[in-house]
Design a protein around this ligand. Structure first.
Ligand SMILES: [Zn+2]
Length: 259
């Protein structure tokens, strides 16, 4: 499932292939354009040129003249560049044609989508999001968490609190911070909150470089299976559902409240 590092990878890919290029034509499946129609998309974008794309959390924002195309990658979305004449894949939902190739939005499960808005009106679609996890300052991050009394994992996963983190980045951040995902935010010291921020930056930096959360030997992502062990101490990992998502942690390195 695409998280901030994956979508940042898509942003760079989009920029490389589409920025400054004249849009020749566009084709979209009916059900992938969420707030408009393929016909309106076909009328609005061709003839224009894409400016530099932006990203907020898991959203890709692609301005083109007076319009913005917003893309969300759901569970299985991605971008694929192909040369003219190459065959369309069964899961290509939206194709943007340029003079020498096609940029395709591919999404098997169709939980993502495309939105068309007037430039400057992006907030009508994504306005409820919290600050971007890669852009947020330590001060703002600390303040965001101060307003919550729930467990740390669901708070970090909540896009309205902080945008961009997902199941892998949150489990990895808490593993590196040696903090239990079920712990209440109210139980954290200022030092622990600072550690979460620092480790989140570390995990995002390493992941953005790869365009995904890497299965490094020293990371918990590589151990996300039933018989996974802690890469730090070798203890069997615990697995459970926290905040509605399958979560892994080391019961020894990341003790629960009161342990
Ligand atoms: Zn451990």
């Amino acid at each position: 499932m695409p998280e901030l590092p994956d979508v940042e990878g898509f942003r760079r890919y989009f920029k490389r292939h589409a920025e400054g290029r004249r849009i020749e034509s566009i084709r979209a499946d009916k059900d992938i354009v969420r707030n408009s129609t393929p016909q309106k998309l076909r009328k609005a974008l061709p003839g224009g040129r894409f400016a530099s794309p932006d990203r907020h959390g898991k959203w890709l924002i692609c301005p083109a003249d007076s319009q913005s195309l917003l893309l969300h990658f759901g569970m299985t979305g991605s971008l694929v560049w192909s040369r003219n004449g190459s065959q369309q894949h069964a899961h290509d939902r939206l194709s943007i044609h340029f003079d020498d190739g096609v940029l395709r939005y591919r999404d098997m499960r169709k939980l993502g989508g495309a939105w068309l808005v007037e430039r400057g009106g992006e907030d009508t679609i994504i306005g409820r999001l919290g600050p971007d996890a890669w852009a947020v300052s330590k001060e703002d991050f600390t303040q965001l968490l101060q307003n919550h009394r729930r467990s740390i994992k669901p708070a970090l996963m909540d896009q309205e609190v902080i945008a961009g983190l997902g199941n892998l980045t949150v489990d990895e951040t808490l593993f590196h911070a040696r903090l239990n995902p079920k712990r209440s935010i109210a139980s954290f010291t200022a030092k622990e909150t600072g550690t979460i921020y620092r480790k989140m930056r570390h995990v995002l930096r390493a992941s953005i470089g790869e365009g995904l959360v890497p299965a490094k030997r020293s990371w918990i992502t590589a151990q996300r299976r039933r018989d996974g062990v802690c890469p730090r101490c070798g203890h069997d990992l615990d697995r459970g559902v926290v905040g509605g998502r399958t979560t892994y942690w080391c019961p020894w390195c990341q003790p629960a409240d009161g342990d």
